[in-house]
Write a protein that binds this ligand. Structure first.
Ligand SMILES: [Cu+2]
Length: 311
């Protein structure tokens, strides 16, 4: 039994070494405790805030309260302390237990606010990726590379190929270049979704009629495949709209763009584009189509009257 356990552990270690050796493939694994690998500046900062600021504070406060409670139970129980004190107020103590938590909150708030502003906008983006949430798939647009667009749908369980994780694989991957600051724009066509990739530190709502923004920059050393999921309860298939992002070298990205432009060339008629491009003519058409039946009616009425007149 023990041998088998060690064998399994060894296999897991090997998988870890080889899994992260050449190309990263970040996705959740059974019994995971920590975050997924941080590969963007934003996630590195989140990691720092969590591990260096929050964790010590949480552990410290929990231990302090636990020790205090233990001491109170031991020192002031009915046996040891038969005549309890009648004290009801202690001004210095009350000031302390109000001021100290305020200081702790300020200590957390300063780096938190800094991080919020840091993740809010890319300072000098090199390119833009537009993410559109739909029930229940994602659409992606590349406005700086010919504005082609494509949909990304989950691969059903029966169609999975070896190596494709269940519920986390899609037909069309997002491809982004390494060492490039990518501005991410988010919106949706129907309800609120949320585009989330743990390794990027991005988890942002896609809201219909609104554009949200974030950014990501992955170094060339972390070229690989990153998985995420919709993280806003958006309907019955909420759990079936995963996200797959391939970070590739700049050269590979240029090659992919050339192919994608051809592959997705006729996607212009898709619903998202239609709303954007044809909104003005569409209203005019509505006006025409409303006017035309009226004209026809008038003509008919005219012919009818002339007919009766003739009779
Ligand atoms: Cu969703």
């Amino acid at each position: 039994m023990k041998k088998r356990l060690w064998g399994l552990l060894g296999l897991a270690a090997l998988a870890l070494v080889f899994g992260t050796g050449s190309a990263y493939a970040e996705l959740p694994y059974p019994w995971q405790v920590d975050f997924q690998e941080a590969v963007s500046p934003v996630m590195e900062q989140i990691y720092w805030l969590h591990n260096i600021v929050l964790l010590p504070l949480e552990v410290g406060i929990t231990l302090f309260v636990l020790i205090l409670m233990g001491y109170i139970c031991w020192r002031f129980n009915a046996k040891r302390n038969p005549v309890p004190s009648k004290t009801t107020h202690n001004a210095p103590l009350e000031v302390l237990w109000t001021v100290i938590p305020i200081i702790i909150l300020v200590v957390i708030a300063v780096p938190s606010m800094k991080l919020l502003f840091f993740m809010d906008k890319a300072q000098e983006p090199d390119m833009t990726l537009k993410v559109v949430g739909n029930q229940w798939y994602w659409s992606y647009e590349y406005p700086d590379h010919g504005n082609f667009r494509f949909d990304s749908n989950i691969i059903q369980e029966d169609d999975l190929k070896p190596g494709q994780p269940r519920l986390l694989s899609v037909d069309n991957h997002v491809v982004l270049p390494a060492d490039t600051t990518v501005r991410l724009l988010f919106t949706a066509t129907d309800v609120i979704h949320a585009w989330a990739i743990p390794s990027f530190g991005v988890k942002l709502d896609t809201v219909p009629g609104r554009i949200n923004e974030s950014w990501v920059r992955v170094p060339a050393a972390k070229i690989g495949r990153y998985h995420g999921q919709c993280s806003e309860l958006c309907g019955v298939n909420h759990g079936f709209m995963p996200i797959v992002v391939d970070i590739v070298s700049k050269e590979d990205f240029t090659q992919w763009v050339a192919k994608a432009k051809v592959q997705f060339a006729d996607n212009d008629s898709a619903p998202v584009k239609q709303v954007q491009k044809k909104s003005a003519p569409a209203t005019m058409q509505v006006g025409h189509s409303q006017a035309q039946p009226q004209l026809k009616q008038l003509k008919l009425a005219g012919t009818a009257t002339t007919a009766t007149e003739v009779r």
